[in-house]
Design a protein around this ligand. Structure first.
Ligand SMILES: Cc1ncc(COP(=O)(O)O)c(C=O)c1O
Length: 502
């Protein structure tokens, strides 16, 4: 096919899908990236979140495109229909759930990984070495032994499934991979606090334990797993013929940021011969700060750890990791190499061990590159300072809430999460609706995006600080807006609190 002037449009090449005019393509790339970077540069002046307009949703429901469209036209669609309507977590006043806010260096790593298009399931190429380096850095962060294994994952949910699969296969009295859980002579059970993240129950469900095999241990007044209750529950299960195999401890619970007594749980697990998995999704990374290192150091005693780069280490979504102390147990849970994946001593099929033997996925993207870019560009000390600052901001916010008569702190501030509410003379259900209405209004107005949860059955405004762009003044604005909206809604309660759950 000839490559005349008519083919110069980027995105319309000759025989391949590559462009005919590479310089035009570069200009298109630069323009697209410039727009996205400008949006990030000016983010503070933008609403935190805006709902996707109906017209955009309609365009995003159109049928499968059959014909090519010029890349510049596609970029224009992106700029108009997609770029302005993101989750909001790149904004300094995004405080909801547990969302990292990303870094530009990480975004560059993501884009470059796309250009290299490596498959990191295995084989002998540089992306494997980058991921190994990143896993080595993870070992350093958590003081894990050099003999441990690791894998980058989509997040802590996947890391938890992988770790608990290794725990299950190591502690079951049968070959679960071959015979299935039904062949186990005793029912396998495990333990986590009632505040543990839902990904633990999901893992129990997916791995065939069943959700009711996850015993939920009550928490103390600080929302930490009760160690005496855990010991009692293990003993009771043993007496009934169950087979306790694993405890999942939380290094920072999702609701309140509570850190379980990791050293105490580790000692109990050792005494009982149980596998200790630590959900370190975000809180575990506070081990990098002098303040929290003493309480989190015992993460090193765990048999496995799952955590995220995309939360408190600010790597763009998605990027998490799992570490398993017994690399043999980890590999035994997943390795399955057929003839078409046979290892070789020489050539591209070398490079053992392959990552596909440590998790369920064969094809895997070059996630490690955005982690590598983020950590190399900022350095782990700088990233740790963000963690320490977010914790200081949470404590300050907790103090301000406690000082205001109209506001009520619903849980102690353990780490980076503040749960509070606007308190008014309303019945319990109306008070819940009022606080949910305040959060919805803050989000819809674009002022701030906290989320909600229930603390002791009561609706809470939940502020989770994993955002390197947040300043004290952002939190001051949040509080003044909560108070303004609380007063406004309680002065005209009936219609406002009834509408649409707001
Ligand atoms: C404590 C905790 N564990 C697990 C998860 C799940 O992590 P991911 O969303 O990366 O799968 C979260 C997410 O917020 C979390 O806060």
């Amino acid at each position: 096919m000839s490559r005349g002037a008519g083919d110069a449009e980027p995105g319309r090449g000759g025989d391949s899908l590559d462009p005919a005019d590479w310089d035009a393509l570069k200009r298109s790339f630069h323009a697209a990236i410039d727009q996205a970077i400008d949006q990030l540069r000016d983010i503070r002046e933008q609403p935190v979140w805006r709902p996707t307009p109906e017209a955009v949703k309609a365009r995003l429901s159109s049928a499968l495109p059959r014909r090519p469209e010029a890349l510049d036209a596609v970029i224009r669609r992106f700029a108009e229909d997609i770029l302005p309507y993101g989750t909001g977590n790149i904004h300094p006043r995004f405080f909801g759930w547990v969302h990292g806010s990303g870094t530009l260096a990480g975004a560059l790593g993501e884009a470059l990984a796309g250009l290299m298009n490596c498959n990191v399931g295995g084989r002998d190429h540089v992306a494997v070495h980058v991921e190994r380096q990143v896993i080595g850095w993870c070992r350093e962060i958590f003081a894990y032994p050099a003999t441990s294994s690791g894998l980058l994952t989509s997040g802590t949910s996947m890391g938890t499934i992988i770790a608990l699969a290794a725990a299950r296969d190591a502690r079951a009295e049968i070959d679960v991979r071959q015979h299935g859980m039904a062949a186990a002579p005793r029912r396998l059970v495990g333990y986590a606090s009632s505040e543990a993240h839902s990904c633990v129950a999901k893992a129990f469900d997916l791995l065939g334990f069943g959700r009711d095999a996850l015993r939920l241990v009550p928490v103390d007044a600080d929302f930490r797993l009760s160690l005496p209750r855990l010991a009692e529950m293990i003993a009771a299960d043993r007496a009934l013929g169950f087979h306790p195999i694993v405890v999942v401890a939380s290094a920072g619970t999702v609701n309140t940021g509570a850190i379980d007594d990791l050293a105490g749980i580790a000692a109990l697990c050792r005494a009982e011969g149980l596998w200790l998995h630590v959900d370190a999704a975000f809180g575990g990374l506070a081990v990098l700060t002098p303040e929290f290192a003493p309480r989190l150091g015992a993460v090193a005693e765990a048999d496995s750890i799952a955590f995220d780069f995309h939360k408190w280490l600010q790597v763009p979504y998605d990027a998490g990791a799992v570490l398993v102390k017994d690399a043999g147990a980890h590999r035994a849970a997943f390795a399955d190499r057929r003839d078409y994946l046979a290892p070789a001593k020489r050539g591209l099929a070398g490079g053992e061990p392959w990552f596909c033997d440590y998790g369920p996925e064969l094809s895997r993207g070059f996630r490690a590159l955005k982690v590598w870019f983020t950590i190399k560009t900022h350095g782990i000390d700088r990233l740790a300072e963000v963690i320490a600052r977010n914790c200081r901001q949470a404590r300050r916010l907790g103090r301000l809430v406690a000082e205001r008569r109209e506001l009520e702190l619903l849980a102690p501030v353990s780490l980076n999460i503040v749960c509070f509410r606007f308190a008014a003379a309303l019945d319990a259900a109306a008070l819940d609706r009022l606080n949910e209405a305040i959060v919805a209004e803050l989000q819809l107005s674009g002022i701030a995006a906290p989320s909600t949860t229930k603390i002791g059955g009561r609706a809470a405004i939940r502020v989770a600080l994993t955002n390197h762009r947040t300043r004290d003044e952002d939190l001051d604005l949040l509080l003044s807006e909560v108070r303004r909206l609380g007063r406004e809604f309680t002065s005209a309660p009936a219609p406002l609190l009834a509408v649409d759950g707001r």
